[in-house]
Design a protein around this ligand. Sequence first.
Ligand code: FAD
Length: 384
Amino acid sequence: MSTNSYDVIIIGGGIAGLAIAYHVGRHNASVLLLEADTLGSGTSGACAGRAQISEGPRGKHMDVVLEGLAKLEGLEEELGYEFEWRRLGNLILIEHDHHWQSWSDQITYLKDRGVPADILDPADLIAIEPLLKIDRFRGAAWCLEGHLNPFKFMRAYANAARQQGADLRQHTPVTGFTLKGGRIVAVQTPQGSFSAQTVVVTAGAWTRKLLASAGLHLPIQFTHAEAVISEPLPPILNNHIGLADFYETIHNAARAVSIGLAQQQSGALLITEAVAQLPDIHRANSHWGISDIARDLLALFPKLADVRLIRAWAAPSPFLLDEQPAIGWLAGADNCFVATCFHLTITTIPVLSERMAALILQERADPYLSAFSPARFQREVAAD
Ligand SMILES: Cc1cc2nc3c(=O)[nH]c(=O)nc-3n(C[C@H](O)[C@H](O)[C@H](O)COP(=O)(O)OP(=O)(O)OC[C@H]3O[C@@H](n4cnc5c(N)ncnc54)[C@H](O)[C@@H]3O)c2cc1C
């Protein structure tokens, strides 16, 4: 094997690529991960760190969510690195009757699955979040979730992947592919070309453009999402707090704001998000996003008026039209595996990355993952 040849090349060093690199490495496969910028510089670096359960879908998807939560409990020890893991409640503020009904049903479901969860009335709300202005809310749904520091989470996977022998290269963008006989035989970068038995694309919102350079089409869309963080404060919040109409608000609007916030271990408030539909990916903040976030935050927490916001950022949030991930082999490039558009990423990736590694190394079939095959969307198009 030449020094430029590997068992597996992974393109993209976000949460997905790093977790897959770790698990593939554990199978004694040689791994090269190519990251265009720095590890975590994509959407993963914009993440709020919530290990979501509340919105967990019913049925076997929920099995994966709950298995992921259980894995997260022991993952700092397994990876040998602390990422500020803690259990944290999620409070979903409910204004309208139809949300009251749907969240009551979801809380009943979560409880049946053994998740600590409850429906709270306004008096309960004041008791657990005294700073919250509750007058427009009927109450809230509450569920015990998890929370972590996403940068440390990625560092944990990166360190552990390196210990398994993975070669993680930053500032190494993939600029193109050489296809022969329906397989990728070389991956090109400004630092040279590399080859592998299998090429795994975990390039998030950038996946569509990258695949198009090889004449392959996966219709990934994205929203432009902005978030802010405050100066560190003494403890003032006891839960992650969000609104029941989050998805209704952000879906299909040209631009919208829906507040979600949690106090980090540093004391800072991380506040999401202003969302816009844009034709192209860029990372700049808008002229309206931060001020609209501040306005909506103060409607919920008037007492935070003097808090200083110290940093803002923006990132693309990729999705497919059916809002399910793309996980699996691509038609048109037999040795190319795609893994992107995850939902409840932090909670599910500890489980999915292990299962994806087994699939990538063709050790076993996985009927659960096959439901997410990119073939459901794919058609080949001429290279741009
Ligand atoms: C504001 C915000 C808050 C969020 N909060 C949460 C949350 O609390 N909990 C949760 O579970 N999820 C959250 N998410 C979603 C979560 O962040 C994403 O699902 C996750 O980060 C996706 O990781 P990824 O590895 O698939 O993609 P990315 O992190 O985007 O990684 C893709 C990588 O590929 C690289 N790349 C692109 N093109 C190339 C190329 N040609 N060559 C080499 N490398 C390339 C990019 O630089 C990037 O680093 C949030 C998202 C946003 C925007």
